[in-house]
Ligand binder design. Structure first.
Ligand code: NAP
Length: 240
């Protein structure tokens, strides 16, 4: 079921009221940029809106992976237009395969130098690809798939922390298996399984920035509240 625009606006405005200052979007997420713009423009200076390029939707060709400088520039411009800004706060290059990202990241670094982008990040990358990107331009964030039961990136998270790079896990609350241990910890704190998954993720490392997706104000409020849940070392151990 598609989110009604007025519901999206309500969720976004409530998020800002609750102190959320980091949003994740992309032109290829349908009307997400336009929704952010309708809800939050003119944007408060403390808001950071991270967008991403790589996959794109062409009006005639449909879904495609941007590989050329011209395609990447078109995608950056599409995000600028959708969000209604002159400069994008953060642009992630979404990679998602084992190929070298050097050429594409180099294009984004040029667009950064041209003043269209403030900061650069990478998404769906390996440690080797992060290092390849860092050799070209500073990287402020890595956005990868990670959760309490999908921990392939444990060493990458620590590496990012050592570099002062934010690690932004996606899909960290969806599709979780509620183990007996998780049910017990959630019950002890009076929180839901999703809040617990989020609390664990935030607990994992100080350089984690969460981007839980929700279409509901009630879930948003629960997710923000999960940020204050303190897990004991024994609870963390039982979850892991
Ligand atoms: N870089 C990438 O390749 C990539 C890939 C996927 C996603 N992302 C980004 O990551 C964000 C999060 O990922 P995601 O949305 O796939 O996964 P997620 O945040 O782990 O889970 C979202 C799902 O959990 C539900 N949910 C949220 N809060 C809840 C709560 N408190 N209680 C119960 N259910 C709750 C949502 O449903 P309701 O709407 O009902 O709350 C939605 O179905 C996306 O919005 C996107 O910006 C990036």
């Amino acid at each position: 079921m598609r989110l009604k625009p007025e519901t999206g606006v309500e969720v976004l405005r409530r998020a800002v009221e609750l102190g959320v200052d980091h949003f994740d979007t992309a032109a290829f997420y349908g009307p997400a940029n336009e929704l952010l713009r309708a809800a939050l423009a003119p944007y408060a200076p403390e808001l950071v809106i991270a967008t991403k390029v790589g996959p794109g939707v062409h009006p005639e060709r449909g879904f495609y992976q941007a590989m050329t400088a011209a395609e990447l520039r078109t995608q950056v411009e599409e995000n600028l237009r959708g969000l209604g800004v002159d400069v994008l706060d953060v642009v992630n290059l979404r990679v998602g395969n084992a190929d070298s990202l050097a050429e594409r990241f180099g294009v984004l670094a040029e667009l950064q130098k041209a003043g269209l982008i403030r900061q650069l990040g990478v998404s769906n990358v390996t440690t080797e690809q992060l290092e390849e990107a860092r050799a070209i331009a500073p990287v402020v964030c890595v956005q990868n798939w990670y959760s309490v039961d999908r921990r392939d990136d444990d060493s990458l998270i620590d590496l990012c922390a050592s570099y002062g790079i934010a690690y932004v896990p996606f899909a960290s609350i969806a599709d979780g298996v509620a183990t007996e241990a998780a049910q017990a910890v959630a019950a002890a704190h009076g929180i839901s399984a999703q809040q617990l998954r989020l609390a664990w993720t935030l607990h994992r490392s100080p350089n984690i920035l969460a981007i839980p997706g929700t279409s509901k104000v009630a879930h948003l409020e629960q997710n923000v509240a999960a940020g204050a849940v303190q897990l004991t070392p024994a609870e963390v151990k039982s979850l892991e």
